[in-house]
Design a protein around this ligand. Structure first.
Ligand code: C2E
Ligand code: MG
Ligand code: MG
Ligand code: MG
Length: 294
């Protein structure tokens, strides 16, 4: 917002209403327009890898807004706006549709058949239409539910607005979607509570990875989460792995899956296709070796 407010220097000296609300309404209208046309929104895809051999196991879809005047706006900035201004349901439905369209296209092109994981916002979990939006999308695009994973941030588990979360997660898993808890370790959910939830995967938040291997407290937390997850039969994927030292620590600690800049940055679908598919062919899968880091 500093950038948006900073466009007109004199705004700083105006009353609070002008400085904060007027620019925000402008950007909300821009977002409404972007949703109506769909043209400024994009999903970028970041690979998820096995630590041992670097092999690709899935993709996370990350939302991008290419604003015609302000350039790329981070989802961290515009998702809260969408939630506050009643746009989250349509934004969430756009993500579901776009990820499924991409998955359908990748299957046609002969890309390796791996799940694309989308982020589901808290509001989508609180409201009831998520399941119907998912089933409609799966049918429209002819994609099997196991190829669309759902990442739900840990804080949603403890948010009263979500009501009893276990039956919601059960319904999503019954549709066939794998379910992961995102940003795990930041939300204070208890281990006993986790045991009751139907889950496939924990995504260890990158704040615990950043200072590895030097930080003893973070190292202890990561080891404890890995031990607990083994006991609960949950997969763990470490987020935000940027260095070989972090990777080596995680490998020695028994972590199996990773995602991070060391392996791949989020990229638009066409960039991924160009790298994975042999030039000039309508399909193929010879690029599997290219995903290996080691
Ligand atoms: P997240 O789901 O935890 O996504 C991971 C974030 O970490 C992404 O940021 C990704 O680009 C970034 N990242 C990946 N590897 C590394 C790394 O090695 N180092 C560092 N420093 N960062 C890394 P991004 O794309 O800016 O997304 C931020 C957050 O916005 C996401 O966090 C998610 O909570 C939210 N978000 C993104 N797309 C969507 C969406 O389609 N729907 C909803 N509801 N939320 C979304
Ligand atoms: Mg995520
Ligand atoms: Mg995360
Ligand atoms: Mg995160």
């Amino acid at each position: 917002t500093a950038k948006r407010n900073g466009r007109n220097h004199s705004q700083r000296f105006r009353p609070a209403l002008d400085v904060q609300e007027t620019p925000q309404l402008g950007i909300v209208n821009d977002l409404r327009h972007a949703l109506a046309t769909g043209s400024q929104l994009e999903l970028h895809y970041q690979g998820q890898h096995r630590l041992g051999d670097g092999g690709l196991v899935g993709w996370e879809a990350l939302l991008r807004w290419r604003h015609p005047r302000d350039g790329m706006i981070s989802p961290v900035d515009f998702i809260p706006l969408a939630e506050r201004h009643g746009l989250m349901a349509s934004l969430g439905n756009w993500v579901i549709d776009e990820a499924l369209a991409c998955q359908a296209r990748w299957r046609r092109l002969g890309m390796p058949e791996l799940p694309i994981w989308i982020n589901v916002s808290a509001l989508q979990m609180f409201q009831g239409e998520l399941e119907s939006a998912l089933s409609a999308g799966l049918a429209r695009h002819g994609v099997p539910a196991p190829l669309l994973g759902l990442e739900i941030t840990e804080s949603v588990l403890l948010d009263e607005r979500a009501g009893d979360i276990a039956p919601r997660l059960e319904a999503l898993r019954k549709l066939g979607h794998p379910v992961a808890i995102d940003d795990f370790g930041t939300g204070y959910s208890s281990l006993g509570y986790l045991k009751q939830l139907p889950l496939d995967k924990l995504k260890l938040d990158r704040t615990f990875i950043r200072a590895l291997p030097g930080d003893r407290a973070d190292a202890a937390i990561v080891n404890a989460v890995l031990a607990m997850a083994r006991g609960l039969d949950l997969e763990v994927i470490a987020e935000g792995v940027e260095t070989e030292a972090q990777r080596d620590f995680l490998l020695a600690a028994g972590c199996v899956l990773v995602q991070g800049f060391l392996y791949a940055r989020p990229e638009p679908a066409d960039a991924i296709e160009a790298r994975w598919l042999p030039a000039g062919s309508g399909g193929g899968s010879t690029a599997l070796a290219a995903a290996k880091v080691n």
